[in-house]
Design a binder for this molecule. Structure first.
Ligand SMILES: Cc1cc2nc3c(=O)[nH]c(=O)nc-3n(C[C@H](O)[C@H](O)[C@H](O)COP(=O)(O)OP(=O)(O)OC[C@H]3O[C@@H](n4cnc5c(N)ncnc54)[C@H](O)[C@@H]3O)c2cc1C
Length: 363
C-alpha cells in the first residue's frame, strides 16, 4: 500500500467497534470536512453603499466625495491614532486642507453656494467622519457653524471681508454659543453679556466646549445685549486682549478636535464686527438649523467606517479554522449594521434634498 492510501478493511473493522456516541463524532467530522472541501465562495467587497446611492450623485458631488475620501486615507488615517492618544489636533493638516481646496468646491467666490453643494458638503463631512469624526468636527465648525454665521447673519461687507478667507482656510473660525451652565437652553439662558459703548461693544462671560477655539483666528460669540435682552453675534478676533482660551483636556471622545473654555473679560469689539443681521436668537437658530443635518451625516460616516472595518476584520480573523465572517451570529451583527446604515443613508439624502430646496423645518 502506498502512503496516503486507506486500508478499507482495517477502517471498517475499526468503525464496527465504535459505539453510537463515537459514530456521531465521526459523522460530524466527515460533514465538516465535506463543507471545507466545497470551493470557497468569493467574499463580498467591503462596500457600505448597499443601495448604490452614489449613482444618484452629480458628477461634481461624486468628485468632492472621492477627493475627500482619498485625502482622509492619505493624510489622516496614518496619524489619527497617534493624535487621538495625544488628545491634540494635528495643526499640519490645516495647510493640507488649504491645498485640497475643498472650500472652493463648496462655496462660490462671493461666499454663497450652489444648492447642489449642500449635499456635496454633507458628503465631505460623511467621508471625514468615516475615517475620523474629530477631523469632521474641525471642518464642520469652521466650514459650517462659523462660515454660515457670517453668510446668514453678516452684512454684505462682512461676507466680502471674511468668506473668501474662510473658504481658503486662510483664517480658521469657531462658534461660541454654549456656556459652562447652559447648553440646550441657550435661547433663554445665555449669560454672556454685550454692552454697547458708542461704536464699541464690551463682552463679558464664559463659553465652554468651543471646537477649534484654541487654534481659531475668529470666534463667532453669541451674547445677550443688556439693552434689549436679545442675543446678538460678534466676530471676536482671537488676538483681542479680552479673549482668553484654555484647552479642555481629558476628553473620552472626539479627542483630536480641540475644545476650549473661553473667558471674555471686558473684550472690546467694534460695531463693524457685530453680525449686522443677527438681531435675536431666531437668527442663531437659523445657523443651527442649517448645520444640524450635518451632524446626522457625521454619525452616518462613523457607522460606515465601523461597518467597513468590522467586515474586513471578520473576513480576515480566523477562529476554529475559518474566518469569523462565516459564523451566522457574526453575520447577523454585520447585516444589522448594514441595514441601519442603509436606512440612515436614505434618510439623510432626503434631508439634504429638503435643505437644498429650502424646505427643512425644525420638527
Ligand atoms: C465635543 C464637543 C464639541 C462641542 N463643540 C461646540 C462648539 O463648537 N460650540 C458650541 O457652542 N458648543 C459646543 N459644544 C457644546 C454642545 O453644543 C453642548 O454640549 C450641547 O448643546 C448640550 O449642552 P450641555 O452639554 O450643556 O448639556 P445640556 O443639554 O444643557 O444638558 C444638561 C443636563 O440637562 C439634561 N437635559 C437637557 N435637555 C433636557 C430635556 N429637554 N429634558 C430633560 N433633561 C434635559 C441633560 O440630560 C443633562 O443632564 C460641544 C460639545 C462637545 C461635547
Amino acid at each position: 500500500m502506498t502512503p496516503g492510501e486507506t486500508n478499507l478493511d482495517a477502517l471498517l473493522a475499526r468503525l464496527s467497534r465504535l459505539g453510537p456516541a463515537e459514530l456521531k463524532q465521526v459523522q460530524a467530522h466527515l460533514a465538516r470536512q465535506q463543507q471545507d472541501a466545497r470551493p470557497a465562495r468569493e467574499l463580498p467587497p467591503v462596500n457600505s453603499d448597499f443601495y448604490d446611492l452614489a449613482s444618484t450623485l452629480t458628477e461634481r458631488q461624486r468628485r468632492v466625495q472621492e477627493k475627500v475620501r482619498a485625502f482622509m486615507h492619505a493624510e489622516v488615517a496614518p496619524i489619527a491614532n497617534e493624535y487621538w492618544a495625544r488628545g491634540e489636533f494635528p495643526r499640519q493638516l490645516i495647510g493640507k486642507f488649504r491645498k485640497l481646496g475643498l472650500g472652493r468646491d463648496l462655496w462660490r467666490e462671493d461666499g454663497t453656494r450652489d444648492p447642489e453643494d449642500v449635499l456635496a458638503g454633507f458628503l465631505a463631512s460623511m467621508e471625514m467622519a468615516r475615517v475620523d469624526p474629530s477631523v469632521a468636527t474641525f471642518f464642520g465648525v469652521h466650514n459650517g457653524l462659523a462660515s454660515l454665521s457670517i453668510l446668514l447673519c453678516g452684512s454684505e461687507a462682512q461676507r466680502r471681508e471674511w468668506m473668501p478667507r474662510m473658504r481658503d482656510l486662510d483664517v480658521i473660525g469657531a462658534f461660541a454659543l454654549t456656556e459652562p451652565l447652559v447648553g440646550s437652553g441657550t435661547a433663554g439662558g445665555l449669560t454672556t453679556t454685550a454692552r454697547r459703548e458708542g461704536d464699541t461693544w464690551v463682552l463679558n462671560g464664559e463659553k465652554k466646549w468651543i471646537g477649534n477655539a484654541t487654534l481659531a483666528d475668529v470666534v463667532v460669540v453669541w451674547a445677550r445685549d443688556v439693552a434689549d435682552n436679545q442675543v446678538k453675534g460678534f466676530l471676536v478676533r482671537t488676538e483681542n486682549p479680552g479673549y482668553h482660551v484654555e484647552k479642555i483636556e481629558g476628553k473620552v471622545a472626539l479627542r483630536i478636535v480641540e475644545n476650549g473654555h473661553i473667558t471674555l473679560t471686558g473684550c472690546r469689539v467694534p460695531e463693524t464686527d457685530r453680525l449686522q443681521n443677527a438681531n435675536s436668537f431666531k437668527d442663531t437658530a437659523n445657523v443651527l438649523r442649517a448645520t444640524r443635518a450635518g451632524v446626522a451625516w457625521m454619525a452616518l460616516g462613523c457607522a460606515m467606517g465601523a461597518y467597513e472595518l468590522t467586515l474586513k476584520y471578520s473576513q480576515e480573523r480566523q477562529q476554529f479554522g475559518r474566518p469569523i465572517a462565516k459564523f451566522q451570529l457574526v453575520q447577523n451583527h454585520i447585516v444589522k449594521m448594514l441595514g441601519n446604515i442603509t436606512a440612515v443613508q436614505t434618510m439623510v439624502m432626503r434631508l439634504a434634498q429638503l435643505q437644498a430646496e429650502g424646505r427643512l423645518r425644525d420638527e
